[in-house]
Design a protein around this ligand. Structure first.
Ligand code: NDP
Length: 240
């Protein structure tokens, strides 16, 4: 069945692969991005998927964008909360802005967009929400108190919303990727990345398409009995 999907952070990295995969399944797809116009232009050119520029951490901005998206593409049946940032620094040097930026983009965004689509999903009796968490929300990571807190928060949020939504035909699940080859990981210094890869039993970084494949499954009718779950995809690096 053709659905309308919104993928946040869909112009680059994991979100880009998710948007392309959902489009290939026949869904109508829209993506959100924040400020990288070059990536957004390249994405729109390559995929013909409409892009919407707004800040997922800003409720009012999400509300305005959601109205435009629902008018142009359709009521959102599938929401993939994928947009995320890092601002790595040890807590004793972390500024309030570094804390709030990460909590806002990686966690409050889930509240903002879920809050805006959940009413429609409940009325229509169908919805699929996939929240992208992280291995570092499961195990913690040096220099990432902000990011680990946000990504662990995503897991609790997912479970609670799953319980509230199950009776309305809405599933809410999380994916906790390990290290995936995207711009975010390219920003990690080479010597640190080499040490991380050495800890991954499959011996390599993940591919964005490997995360997209899990999203494709979770939003499909085949996954209707899966809700409140966290699917871990980390090459064996951390087994929960
Ligand atoms: P990238 O840095 O490659 O892309 C991030 C995307 O999010 C971009 O499209 C960016 O837009 C968008 N974005 C960032 N901030 C905002 C905002 N405030 N409002 C709207 N859009 C925003 O990220 P990845 O593909 O690597 O990561 C995707 C998700 O997966 C993130 O949540 C990340 O935490 C998570 N993750 C990634 C892992 C990895 O190894 N890569 C591992 C585990 C989890 P723009 O281009 O305009 O900046």
């Amino acid at each position: 069945m053709v659905r309308t999907a919104l993928v946040t952070g869909g112009t680059r990295g994991i979100g880009r692969a998710v948007a392309i995969a959902l489009k290939s399944d026949g869904h109508r797809v829209a993506v959100a991005y924040h400020g990288n116009e070059e990536a957004a232009r390249a994405f729109a050119h390559d995929t013909s998927i409409p892009t919407y520029k707004f800040d997922v951490s800003d409720f009012a901005a999400c509300e305005t964008a959601l109205k435009q998206i629902e008018q142009a593409v359709g009521p959102v049946d599938i929401l993939v909360n994928n947009a995320g940032i890092t601002r790595d620094v040890q807590l004793h040097k972390m500024t309030p802005a570094q804390w709030h930026d990460v909590i806002g983009t990686d966690l409050t965004s889930c509240f903002n967009l879920c809050r805006l689509v959940i009413g429609g999903m409940r009325e229509r009796g169908f919805g699929r929400i996939v929240n992208i968490s992280s291995i570092n929300g499961q195990k913690g990571q040096f220099g990432q108190t902000n990011y680990a807190a946000a990504k662990a928060g995503v897991l609790g949020f997912t479970k609670a919303l799953a319980l509230e939504s199950a009776v309305k035909g809405i599933t809410v699940n999380a994916i906790a990727p390990g290290y995936v080859a995207t711009d975010m990981v390219a920003a990690v210094p080479q010597e640190i990345l080499a040490k991380i890869v050495a800890q991954i039993p499959v011996g390599r970084l993940g591919h964005a398409e490997e995360i997209a494949g899990i999203v494709q499954f979770l939003v499909s009718d085949k996954a209707a009995f899966i809700t409140g779950s966290t699917i871990t995809a980390n090459g064996g690096q951390y087994l929960v």
